[in-house]
Design a protein around this ligand. Structure first.
Ligand SMILES: NC(=O)c1ccc[n+]([C@@H]2O[C@H](COP(=O)([O-])OP(=O)(O)OC[C@H]3O[C@@H](n4cnc5c(N)ncnc54)[C@H](OP(=O)(O)O)[C@@H]3O)[C@@H](O)[C@H]2O)c1
Length: 312
């Protein structure tokens, strides 16, 4: 089978499409034919190294959708190492069933980023009717889904994006106000009548974290869920008191889907939002498997919107 392998950590150039032996399922595992592979920013961190994901040499990636070879069941997954491949071997409990009306592309496009958006809006800060929240990189994979879920919960969304095209997409996803990154905290304060937002959802990190604290209302929540621009500097907790008794969280989906039951419940809730038409999964681009390197280059160059898929 063909797969995307990295033999050392580094830039997109370390990704190579190679023939590999088909995986042999161990006890409790099944073999899956992969139909669509989800690209996520975590794949960039995995490729770069620094303790995230598999150590090279390895097949990169963790997300996809396809069919169990032995049973024909349609399944999706978000945490199976070696997913940039034509086949994966996966533990049964890591796989969730895909409803008939949801395509494999949509399932692979929705699971990781959609469940993330779901826990961010429902658990990290449970958005209530009328709450103002700030969503960074709102035209990205997580961003477009989070904006829609925040609106469905009755929230009001201030979105940041870097281009006019991305601003348009964020507006179409329901954002009430779309702004640039320059001076975003001051703008958020103005938009909220001086009060500040209830939560900042920040997957950008270094470039936005410190300023984000200034956009919050008293007792507001800073939710740092990623670091596309790099890790923020260490935080001196003393700053949180005078800034309004703020909360800070650094969450990961691994916690919110840590048991098979939690995974299945969250995935079912997500697929229900999709099937009922409340959540649109925007596939921003599809790349053939062998173009994984190009996909990573585009993602890191901020050229992409919505979800990126690899098609084996
Ligand atoms: N903690 C979790 O459970 C969890 C789960 C999934 C994803 N994440 C995190 O969520 C974030 C978004 O992931 P994603 O896969 O949906 O990616 P994405 O948002 O589609 O892509 C990243 C976006 O970040 C923005 N950005 C701002 N500064 C950037 C920089 N210096 N370099 C690159 N991008 C920059 C860009 O949008 P603009 O051009 O509009 O700024 C870019 O398009 C990542 O930090 C990821 O690690 C966390």
């Amino acid at each position: 089978m063909r797969a995307i392998v990295f033999e050392r950590n580094g830039g997109p150039e370390v990704l190579e499409c190679k023939d590999q032996p088909a995986p042999t399922p161990k006890d409790g595992e099944v073999l899956v034919d992969v139909e669509a592979i989800g690209i996520n920013y975590r794949d960039v961190y995995e490729r770069q190294g620094g303790g995230y994901g598999s150590e090279p040499p390895a097949i990169i990636g963790v997300e996809g959708a396809g069919t169990i070879v032995d049973t024909g069941e349609r399944v999706a997954w978000f945490a199976v190492p070696g997913s940039y491949a034509e086949q994966v071997a996966a533990r049964r409990e890591m796989l969730v069933p895909v409803p008939d009306r949801v395509s494999s592309e949509t399932a692979a496009g929705a699971l990781l980023q959609g469940m993330t958006a779901h826990y961010l809006a429902a658990d990290s800060y449970p958005i209530s009717e009328g709450d103002w929240v700030l969503v960074h990189a709102a035209a990205g994979g997580v961003g477009l889904l989070l904006t829609q879920i925040a609106k469905a919960r009755g929230g009001r969304v201030i979105a940041t994006t870097s281009t006019d095209e991305k601003a348009k997409l964020a507006r179409e996803a329901g954002a009430d106000e779309v702004i640039g990154y320059d001076g975003f905290a001051e703008r958020a304060k103005e938009i909220t009548g001086g009060g500040g937002v209830a939560a900042v959802y920040d997957g950008v990190g270094k470039a936005t974290f410190d300023e984000g604290l200034k956009a919050l209302r008293p007792t507001g929540r800073m939710i740092l869920y990623g670091a596309a621009s790099g890790q923020p500097d260490p935080l001196d907790l003393r700053v949180l008191a005078p800034a309004g008794s703020l909360y800070v969280q650094r969450p990961t989906l691994q916690t919110y889907a840590r048991t098979p039951e939690l995974l299945r419940e969250r995935a079912a809730a997500l697929f229900e939002l999709i099937e009922s038409g409340q959540l649109e999964v925007r596939i921003g681009a599809r790349y053939p498997l062998e173009q994984a390197r190009q996909a990573h280059e585009d993602l890191e160059a901020r050229k992409t919107t919505g979800k990126l898929l690899l098609i084996p």
